[in-house]
Design a protein around this ligand. Structure first.
Ligand SMILES: Nc1nc2c(ncn2[C@@H]2O[C@H](COP(=O)(O)OP(=O)(O)OP(=O)(O)O)[C@@H](O)[C@H]2O)c(=O)[nH]1
Ligand SMILES: [Mg+2]
Length: 163
């Protein structure tokens, strides 16, 4: 792993069958709330004057749908399909997200105070090492946008990408 030339994890080339547990919804949701939720988020602002935006770190297993989730949120606000975050393609077999990349969401001519931070997918056993350290550093805001994750070596404070 770690480069676009590397072989993707086996199950990514043919997705596993859905878990039967997913046949039943685990909660009921009133989808009629969409307009209300959208307006609530459009009118949201952080209560602390020094906080300009809220950064949401999207982390999880490779191919888990992190980038797709960001695109879904963006699509909901744009009113059209958004594909700004690159999504894993079964056709090309490429794992695309290798950098920490921030996505802000615009709606009604303004930028909402949310920034989604897309990350490289975690995989075992690599995620037990440097990747975990990088995620912890990202939570504390120490990782600059655009940093390319290096599975062999966690980011250190000496690196130019360290905040
Ligand atoms: N069925 C289904 N497929 C999904 C869903 N979300 C994403 N996918 C598919 O799962 C694959 C991986 O999605 P990505 O959004 O690239 O996942 P990722 O977590 O960003 O992947 P990495 O960046 O490689 O770690 C793509 O082929 C998506 O089309 C979902 O909710 N349902
Ligand atoms: Mg991704």
């Amino acid at each position: 792993m770690g480069s676009s030339e590397s072989t993707p994890v086996q199950w990514l080339s043919s997705p596993p069958p859905p878990n039967p547990e997913l046949d039943q919804p685990w909660r009921t949701f009133d989808w009629g709330q969409k307009k209300y939720l959208k307006e609530k988020l459009e009118n949201f602002s952080p209560s602390h004057p020094d906080v300009k935006d809220i950064k949401i770190l999207v982390a999880g297993p490779i191919g888990g749908g992190k980038s797709s989730f960001i695109n879904s949120v963006d699509s909901a606000f744009q009113g059209r399909i958004s594909s700004r975050a690159l999504v894993y393609s079964y056709a090309s077999g490429q794992i695309l997200s290798q950098n920490l990349k921030g996505f802000s969401i615009r709606s009604g001519g303004k930028t909402l105070p949310f920034i989604f931070k897309d990350t490289m997918g975690l995989e075992s056993p690599v995620s037990a090492g440097p990747q975990t350290e990088d995620i912890i550093n990202a939570v504390f805001g120490h990782v600059k946008d655009g940093y390319k994750f290096n599975e062999g070596q966690a980011l250190t404070y000496k690196d130019q990408h360290f905040n």
